[in-house]
Design a protein around this ligand. Structure first.
Ligand code: BGC
Length: 738
């Protein structure tokens, strides 16, 4: 029986048991013949700029530098671009050059591995397909779309000649100031886990050798996404209970699902930089979770143990700390100091060669599983996988399901197509505000790389409306504000332009004043103002929300997002997105939906008379439709769930409106009494259904004790006996667990 399980596990990795053993034997043999220098080189990852240069917009290998890198330092992997995306032919030329030089100079014929960030599509290849960012993908509540996006990304990345993708982010987005919020699947751990795993399934497929698969990288382990200050790469203070309950589970599931690699959090948790944290990188990740793959550092983060964290006196100590903590592969990426220091540490006997062997074996096994030993060069047969026409449909479909209707007073939406429409606002005629970060450039701010065929929101609206569509820049409008009164509807698209990582730090979640003033001024026209939010994180709209009868959240929906939003504005698509985070009303009142009751306590009448208040701008899970869904008949298979049994929860969802619609049905539970203060509620299951007008469907969820568990004071997952409440929509019902 045990053997059977092993065989099943091994074939999930794309290998039969005997193939695995043969591969390991081959790799062990190679490692046995390698020098310390060659091993240190395999653990070194360099950025492309160290071996290439750009001239007249094209990229070229600097042969002398590449030769030095391979011959002198034995570098086994490279990554990134210099400034922007390259054409597929440029990539092929680059990658095949790196590979042929490597195979010529590398004594053991170990192929080179190239790595890239393809985080919402193959974002560094010209002509590739970009998808909505993860936050928007989470709003779809449709894991099938996440897998589809992952498949397309894998196919296009492999077509480019690259087999390793630094994606997806599995950090939970629980700090909206954090400039990488849009890269997360939102604030809820179950949602992150579900959408993250679906994406990884898309990337890795069932066989990494397939020309349509890439190795995935779950990142950033662990606790990156909740910096106390909200800034990127800043310290987080997370209790052990919280770390295990809200941040670890997606990584745990991803390990079980066979994710090949993990990237380490650049910052520090509870005063310890994660790159030197043996407890997290070895005790938790390796011993507890059983991770067998490659642990890669983030960008220059070993050096930062000296320069930023100041836990190491010098670079050599930093290398010592990170390698003994558990890293395998270091994104150095600009010089060879990591490599030199690592060699010195082994020669001095402070790090054993066996320790190096462990890391090198993981790296070489990955290269083998990716088929690099069989066919190290660009796979020409995969080239046609770039930009297949159906991919545009796929990304449009994802954007359509992501768009979230936040407000629809008196059913102002959908708008009639034969009216006069005024369109304005900083994100209305912008492709960068649709695509966000990592879009052909890291910061995503250079629109010249986008496909000329892609439409801005303004272009998409023009394509819908038979009446007049007038576009004004903010300046033009300010010169003649009375013009607004001449239109039937005003569409004000506001929010954020693209940004990535630290350059995206902000000091305040409030929308910039000029944007709020614009909406206030437009509202004075007396005409209905429809607000469209294109943004990577929630910016406070409290002051202007009441002025707009219709509000649409677009997130960073990708290149087809303009069309998707116009489809929703004018009723060609019935919106079905649900917020993957709690939209705050005040900058100083940030609470996730799964907070504690104590978080809600307010003194209503002094002295000592308390009430409860939780009144964000919009709740997690909020999202309206053009039809109405009625939930009824909530039933349990039993009133008492025992041991490891399963409780079936069923209900009927009816489309009582006049048009078809999709609905994400979400099941929450509340643990009424527990030894650790329970959250007010937790998302436990969700499913998305499609219902014709008048149709109804029975939805069945299964709950087991594991779904109700929490981390107790001894850091153990437990389900305590007692009463639990199930909530689906407005329906509530209790059961007991024994
Ligand atoms: C980011 C990572 C990314 C890496 C490599 C870093 O700045 O934090 O998420 O994968 O760069 O480009």
């Amino acid at each position: 029986m045990k053997k059977k399980i092993l065989i099943i596990c091994a074939s999930v990795f794309g290998l039969g048991l005997s193939a695995q053993t043969t591969n390991e034997a081959t790799i062990d043999k190679i490692i046995a013949g390698m020098s310390i220098e060659e091993k240190a080189g395999q653990m070194t990852n360099m950025t492309l700029s160290t071996i290439a240069y750009e001239k007249d917009g094209s990229v070229f290998i600097d042969m002398a530098k590449l030769k030095e890198s391979v011959q002198t330092y034995h570098v086994g992997s490279y990554q990134n671009v210099l400034n922007h995306a390259y054409s597929i032919d440029e990539w092929h030329r680059l990658l095949d050059t790196i590979q042929s030089v490597t195979l010529r100079l590398e004594k053991h014929k170990v192929p080179s591995l190239y790595c890239i960030d393809a985080v919402h599509g193959t974002n560094y290849t010209k002509g590739s397909t970009l998808f909505p960012h993860n936050l928007a993908m989470a709003a779809t509540r449709n894991p099938l779309l996440a897998t589809l996006g992952g498949r397309v990304t894998a196919a296009e990345t492999r077509a480019t000649g690259i087999r390793y993708n630094f994606s997806p982010v599995l950090d939970a987005g629980r700090q909206p100031l954090w400039p990488r919020f849009a890269e997360t699947f939102g604030e809820d751990v179950y949602l992150v886990k579900t959408m993250g795993l679906a994406t990884i399934k898309g990337y890795q497929g069932t066989d990494l050798k397939s020309t349509a698969s890439v190795a995935a990288c779950m990142k950033h382990f662990l606790g990156y996404s909740v910096p106390a200050s909200g800034r990127d790469r800043a310290p987080a203070y997370i209790s052990d209970i919280q770390l295990r309950e809200y941040f670890l589970p997606p990584f745990k599931e991803a390990v079980l699902a066979g994710t090949k690699t993990v990237m380490v959090n650049s910052a520090e948790v509870n005063g310890i930089p994660v790159h030197s944290n043996h407890y997290l990188l070895t005790d938790v990740l390796r011993t507890e979770l059983g991770f067998k793959g490659v642990v890669i550092t983030d960008w220059e983060d070993v050096k930062k143990l000296v320069e930023r964290h100041r836990t190491a006196e010098n670079y050599k100590e930093a290398v010592y700390q990170s390698v003994t903590a558990g890293i395998d592969l270091c994104i150095v990426p600009m010089d060879y100091d990591f490599t030199k220091n690592l060699i010195a540490l082994v020669k001095e006997g402070r790090i054993s060669e066996d320790r190096l062997n462990l890391s090198v074996k993981r790296i070489l096994m990955m290269k083998m599983e990716l088929g690099l030993f069989d066919n190290p060069y660009v796979e020409q047969s995969a080239k046609s996988q770039l930009a297949k026409p159906e991919y545009r449909e796929n990304t449009l479909e994802a954007a359509r399901e992501a768009i979230t209707l936040l407000k629809n007073e008196k059913n102002i939406l959908p708008l009639a197509k034969n009216k006069k429409v005024l369109v304005l606002g900083p994100t209305s005629n912008s492709k960068t505000s649709l695509n966000g970060c990592w879009s052909y450039t890291w910061q995503g701010q250079d629109a010249s790389y986008f496909d000329a065929k892609d439409l801005t929101l303004l272009d998409a609206i023009k394509g819908k409306v038979s009446g007049e569509v007038k576009y004004l820049t903010v300046k033009e409008y300010e010169a003649n504000p009375t013009i607004a009164g001449q239109y039937d509807y005003i569409i004000a698209a506001i929010g954020e332009d693209a940004y990535a990582e630290t350059p995206g730090n902000i000091k305040d979640l409030e929308l910039p004043t000029d944007q709020k003033e614009l909406v206030k001024s437009l509202a004075k026209s007396g005409k209905p103002v429809i607000m469209v939010l294109l943004e990577g994180r929630p910016r406070i709209v409290r002051d202007i929300e009441t002025l707009c009868p219709g509000i649409i959240m677009g997130y960073w929906p990708g290149p087809q997002g303009g069309i998707a939003i116009a489809d929703v504005l004018f009723g060609d698509v019935n919106p079905s997105g649900k917020l993957p985070f709690t939209y705050p009303r005040y900058s100083g009142d940030i609470l996730t939906y799964d907070h504690k009751l104590l978080d809600e306590a307010v003194e209503v009448q002094s002295p000592y008379s308390y009430g409860y208040e939780f009144n964000p701008q919009w709740q997690f899970g909020h999202g309206l439709s053009y039809t109405t869904f009625v939930y009824e008949n909530l039933k349990f298979s039993t009133d008492t769930l025992k041991g490891n049994a399963v409780l079936k929860v069923s209900l009927t969802v009816k489309n009582t409106g006049t048009r078809a619609g999709k609905e994400a049905v979400e099941l929450y539970t509340s643990d009424l009494v527990a030894s650790i203060t329970p959250c007010v509620k937790r998302l436990r299951k969700f499913t998305k259904i499609n219902l014709e007008a008048g149709a109804s469907k029975e939805v069945v969820f299964e709950l087991s004790a594991a779904d109700l568990a929490f981390v107790n004071k001894d850091l153990k997952w437990v389900t305590e006996s007692g009463e639990f409440q199930v909530m689906v929509g407005a329906l509530k019902k209790s059961f007991f667990y024994k």
